[in-house]
Design a protein. Sequence first.
Length: 290
Amino acid sequence: MDDMRILICGATGFVGRHLTEALRQAGHEVIRAVRKPVDGQDIAADFRNDTSRERWLERLNGIDAVINAVGVLRDSRDNPMQKLHRETPLALFAACAEAGVGRIVQISALGVDSGIGTAYFTSRLAAEHALSRLPAATRWLCLRPSVIYGEDGASARMFRLLAGLPIHGLPMGGRQTLQPVHIDDICAAVVRWLSDAAASSQLVAAVGAEAATMREMLDSYREQLHRRPALHVAIPAALVRLAAKIGDRIPASPLCSDTLAMLAAGNTADPAAFAALLGRPPRSYRGFIE
């Protein structure tokens, strides 16, 4: 397809920043919807309060595609998931259909359909259901990423820090399964889908080439850092649950009862559909650290 005018919501976040760069490098014009505009290519948007279709319609004039990369891991009064993950995306998608925006990309999360009733999963799933109800003329790509790795990503920095320690404290032995996906593969898949004039609406699990337990992943990251094998210490489940309960009261903590439940459920999928979207196999976590 020809170069497009693309509106990215959540453009200042980890995924949004990388998508903005990748799409501009591919020749597209990117308009960033952000809370605090900093240049002429930005528009002001408040994802906590812009929950009406009319509010988004005025921003979609001349827009060919919209990408929604807004997301938070913890629910809070300042960043309510019901608004950010459900109400605002529903208004945005409805406005896209009315304005004739031809393409929508939604960044969701792997496991939203697992039946685990966390606010994160249920609010994300509601947005996915809204996509599936759009008119056929509005084509969409919904990516469900596993843990995303990128050098500047918060989770990647945390895992590299943990991997670098001589002793690995592993929650419940580190048996939780993950299938880390590289941010470069996420961006490449989005760019390729947008450039394909015949692309169809699709829901794709965005995962790396192979799954690993948390222990295996940290061991691999440590090996890539050229460190000697670490000593493994299993943290009993009771202590992990207690730490999660404490995290429930600390909004900045990445560990809480909900994140623990989602982690314990596992985070893996068949990579075949993502490989087809990419046009090549996705990268393996065994080669993420360069």
